[in-house]
Every structure is written in C-alpha cells, then in structure tokens.
Design a protein around this ligand. Structure first.
Ligand code: ADE
Length: 330
C-alpha cells in the first residue's frame, strides 16, 4: 500500500487532535500504571461507561502496589458493570508482577503481562512510554480502510498486521497523541455506527473512500457469527429480607462472579412466584433470555449464601446482566 498517503495524513491528524480531543480522565497524565488501567477498562467497553469507573478504581488503588495487595473480591466489586471480568483478574495479576519487578520498559515485557495483547501493549507503550508501537483496534481499522478504500477483510489478522506495519513506518515523535488521535478519529468522526462526519474530518481531502463517495462501503468484514441464545430462569429468593446468592463456575462466562440462583433447564419449585419479569443480556457470543422470578422462601436454603440488601449491593460484584432484577432487592 502507498505509504505516502499515510505519511501525508499524520500532520493534519495531530493538528485536529490537539484542537478536538475529548477531555477524558485518563488523558490528564501519562503515568504507565494508570494508562494500563485505562486501556484494560476500555477494551470492548464504551468510554462513557469507563469514565467514572476509572476514577473510582484509581482512588481505591492508586498504585500497582495498592492493587497488588487488594483482595480479589474488592477488585471485582470496583469492576462491577464493566463486564468481561477476566480483565479485572488479569489486571490484578499484572499489578502483582509490576509491584515485584517494576513497570515494563519494552513492548515485549508489556505483552508478557497477563491480559495484555498486542493492542493494549501498543497503546500503553505509545501513550505512556513514548515508544512508536501501533495499537490497531476496530476504530483504527475503520479509519485506515476508509483512508485507503481498502476492501481487505478487517477480521482477517493479516489485515491488522498490514496496517500495524504501515503505522510503524510513519510514527511521529508525539507517540501518545498519535496513538490516541487514531482512536479518537474513529470514535468521534469516522464513527462505527451510522454515517461518518466527513465534514469534520481532517482527512476529508485525502480519504479515498470519501473522495469516491463510498465511505460506507468500508470497512469490509466477514459475515458475523450468529449468537447462540440461552433461555434461563433467574430466581431472586428472599427470606426475611435476605437474598440468596451463588457463585458462578470458575470457568466460562462471568466466571466466579455472584448471581441469583440461575437455571438453564428445569427450575426447582421454591414456592409461589410474587413477581416475574423478562430481561435479556447480550454477550459477544451468547444472548441470555432470562425470566426473573421473585420468590419468598420459608428457609435460607442450601447451597446458597444469604445476604442482606445493603451488603449485597456493597460487597458483592453482581454482573450488570442481572441489573433488571436488582429492583427487587430492597
Ligand atoms: N479506547 C481504547 N483506548 C482508548 C483511549 N486511550 N482513549 C479513548 N478511547 C479509547
């Protein structure tokens, strides 16, 4: 691909970013640890959902040492609602490595931390260490496939590798701004859903897709895999103001997190159903279609643990998949 096109695209992008960037909490400093926390939170999660969580998390765990010595339950609690909880566990493990060995100084060391892939390692290297390592996510694939009017399938790993190689060649000294500017253009101008705002784009005079009036023909991707649906019954069991919780299995979806008793097949007869409502939750590969039931039981049944409403809200990380049923916890 024509490298001069990308080279020409760097200065207007940096200039646009200086003027147009959003004021986001993780942009207020370039501390490696906080950059790592931000990038892990931002994986597959919207900026709006991350903002407050990021601030709260760093207030609780301001340093890798503070995080390393925290309890896993405490860490998961602060991750509540962000989803993909294995990221929280990995971050906790990464903090232990960092507390012991210091913060990684190279891409390879960064990449070796638990939960850190090419994208996150590239972003933290660029943003906090001043290293010219590309971070190619969906936003970056979209803007580059449009810039080049490139019909390669963006779900093909070689497409990503190709763009990473191209970016490496044009990396400017302002590594943090460049990395964030690429993401930012994809997030606020060359948006993922709906029409891009080409009138506000620093690349409108360069972008081959725009010049051909074919922005929406890119990026090209393989057909999405169908999502599996799972029907489940979620039993909010209450006994004298206390609620039953169980821990999810250690492997799989929402591993090790707390939930109301959850049944994919037959449901035991816990007694009369006081309220019932439906809710669904969409994960990457699975959709849960849930029927929630509020039931008052006569005893605190085994094998569940039973906790008061306040304790449940404050101490237990209940995934947002179950948010619809939290209104019954009073
Ligand atoms: N998405 C992933 N990393 C990001 C960052 N540093 N700023 C904004 N959005 C992001």
């Amino acid at each position: 691909m024509d490298i001069s096109l990308l080279r020409d695209a760097v200065p207007p992008l940096l200039e646009w970013f200086r003027v147009s960037k959003r004021d986001l909490p993780w942009r207020r400093n370039r501390i490696p640890y906080t950059a790592l926390v931000a990038e892990l939170m931002l994986q597959q999660t919207r900026v709006e959902a991350v903002k407050d969580r990021f601030v709260q998390f760093l207030a609780a765990f301001p340093t890798p040492e503070a995080l390393a010595s925290a309890d896993e339950e405490e860490v998961l609690k602060l991750w509540e609602g962000l989803g993909y909880y294995s990221r929280a566990r990995n971050l906790h493990r990464a903090a232990k490595v960092i507390a012991e060995k210091g913060f990684p100084a190279t891409f390879e060391e960064m990449r070796a931390l638990p939960g850190v892939g090419d994208y996150t390692a590239g972003a933290v290297c660029s943003i906090a260490l001043g290293l010219p390592v590309p971070a190619v996510d969906g936003n970056v694939l979209r803007i580059l496939s449009r810039l080049y009017a490139d019909g390669s399938n963006i779900d093909d790993p070689s497409t990503k590798a190709g763009y990473a190689a191209l970016l490496r060649e044009v990396y400017p000294p302002e590594t943090a701004d460049f990395c964030e500017a690429l993401m930012e253009l994809g997030a606020i101008v060359c948006v993922p859903n709906g029409a891009p705002m080409c009138g506000a784009c620093p690349w409108s005079g360069l972008c081959r897709a725009h010049l051909a009036g074919r922005e929406e023909a890119f990026p090209v991707r393989a057909e999405k895999r169908a999502r599996r649906t799972v029907d489940a019954t979620v039993c909010v069991l209450r006994c004298g103001g206390r609620y039953a919780l169980e821990k999810r299995p250690a492997k799989g979806l929402l591993a090790g997190l707390w939930q109301f008793p959850f049944f994919e097949g037959d449901v035991p007869d816990f007694g009369p159903v006081l309220k019932e409502k439906r809710a669904k939750h969409i994960f990457t590969h699975v959709e849960w279609r849930m029927t929630g039931r509020l039931i008052e039981t006569e005893r605190e049944l085994a094998p569940y643990i039973w906790v008061g409403a306040e304790e449940l809200r404050e101490k237990y990380a209940v995934p947002s998949a179950f948010r619809a049923f939290m209104e019954w916890v009073k």
